[in-house]
Design a protein around this ligand. Structure first.
Ligand code: CTP
Length: 397
């Protein structure tokens, strides 16, 4: 149920806007209070009158309306809600959100909010697959916007493919789930490592790897959303800091280990970082110059952070989760790491060339525990994070 939950529904101008009427009805049946903003183009698809009648509230639409601003300013509109949901989310409104454009009431409320935001994209398959839309979705996901769907199927434009809006009942279920998840990890402390490490060769050069930090950052965000006090210790990445997470930036494996040990105690540790196994033995303060033969790099092994945390004795987090980036027979290669590292779960992912796991938005993982292996369907890294956070809450919440 959604008793007393306040939802700000932002309706943009897509053919699926008509489904909003059913969505509003269902949300209210579940006990939610629904307030609606219609973009100018949404009014071409649904009338403010029908939206007002179903929501039982005034409908907002004009950023520069004196009466609207007087009744409820655009800042107040977003503050007064527990959740903002954009349905349908057209390619246009998603692009404006990604760019931070605030040129109407809907996008201004979205920019002004500090509340969770969900979007249900709806557009033609080619628009959905366009590079520009993909880039915008990656930006929105990295900012913690929850993306529902889209589904595949026949479209109003006569084409078939991905881009069809998820059904209102699924949107209601996702909203219910997100509220139910809030607070499941309240009072728990979570430690997450993310990104690559950089191991200096000299003051200019370093050894690194292809990890983007997307998965680790998404996990930290998901744990924080569930109410955990979350500390993210990250190597160098382009990712933005997840909201509500304490972020500690490091460069090397040794610094990452020290930061983890300082951050203890924790109830759960998720080691998603791609820690460099080795570092150059001696990185001097001077740049190595070309003079004749190429230099010989002598490497030494880095501390294993996951293993150190998992075998920490009294200070061991109650649940320690490792990742395994593998190619080939992923499960068979990852399974022995449970024992070797002393951790409770391993999330194994395939990083073979062509999988686009490194740097991409999607992941296909297998969750390996002492007594089971679950192979999850390919899904966004955000969805992997949500599913993992939910299992963590089941285990320690
Ligand atoms: N890990 C770590 N510290 C290291 C190396 C790895 O904490 N120095 C963690 C990673 O964060 C990940 C897990 O160990 O959770 C698995 O790392 P992986 O590189 O796949 O395993 P390795 O033990 O390094 O084995 P190999 O590279 O030989 O597969």
């Amino acid at each position: 149920m959604l008793d007393g939950r306040r939802i700000l529904l932002i309706i943009s101008g897509g053919i699926a806007a008509y489904k909003c009427l059913d969505l509003i009805r269902q949300l209210r049946t579940h006990g939610a209070a629904v307030r609606c903003i219609l973009t100018r183009s949404a009014t071409e698809f649904v009338t403010p009158l029908s939206v007002a009648a179903l929501s039982g509230d005034k409908v907002y639409g004009d950023l520069f309306s004196l009466t609207d601003e007087h009744d409820m300013g655009h800042i107040q509109l977003s503050r007064d809600a527990d959740l903002l949901v954009v349905v349908p989310a057209t390619a246009n409104i998603l692009a404006r959100m990604a760019q931070g454009i605030a040129d109407d009431l809907a996008t201004t409320a979205l920019l002004a909010t500090d509340k969770p935001v969900m979007v249900a994209p709806s557009m033609n398959v080619r628009m959905w697959e366009h590079e520009a839309t993909r880039a915008n979705m990656a930006v929105l996901r990295s900012r913690n916007v929850t993306v529902l769907g889209p589904d595949s199927g026949d479209m109003a434009c006569g084409e078939y493919g991905e881009g069809r809006m998820v059904e209102p009942a699924d949107i209601v279920a996702a909203i219910e789930r997100s509220f139910a998840d809030q607070g499941r990890l309240a009072g728990q402390r979570a430690l997450v490592t993310s990104g690559p490490t950089h191991e200096p060769i000299d003051p200019v050069r370093y050894i690194a790897n292809r990890s983007s930090g997307k998965q680790g950052h998404a996990i930290a965000a998901a744990l924080a959303r569930m109410g955990a006090e979350t500390i993210l210790i990250t190597g160098p990445t382009q990712e933005t800091d997840p909201p509500g997470v304490a972020v500690i930036r490091v460069e090397t494996a040794q610094q990452m280990l020290e930061a983890c040990q300082t951050a203890l105690p924790a109830d759960v540790a998720v080691c998603a970082a791609a820690v460099s196994d080795w570092r150059p033995e001696s990185a001097g303060g001077q740049k190595i110059k070309k003079n004749g033969a190429p230099p010989k790099l002598s490497l030494t092994e880095n501390p294993d952070i996951l293993k150190t945390l998992a075998t920490a004795g009294n200070g061991r987090p109650r649940l320690v989760i490792g990742f395994a980036a593998e190619t080939g027979d992923v499960i068979a290669k990852a399974k022995p790491k449970l024992l070797a590292k002393g951790c409770d779960w391993i999330v194994a992912n395939d990083v073979a060339p062509g999988t686009q796991t490194f740097g991409g938005s999607d992941n296909s993982v297998h969750l390996i525990t002492a007594d089971r292996v679950e192979s999850w369907p390919r899904m966004s890294k955000q969805a992997v994070a949500d599913q993992l956070a939910s299992l963590i809450a089941d285990a320690i919440g």
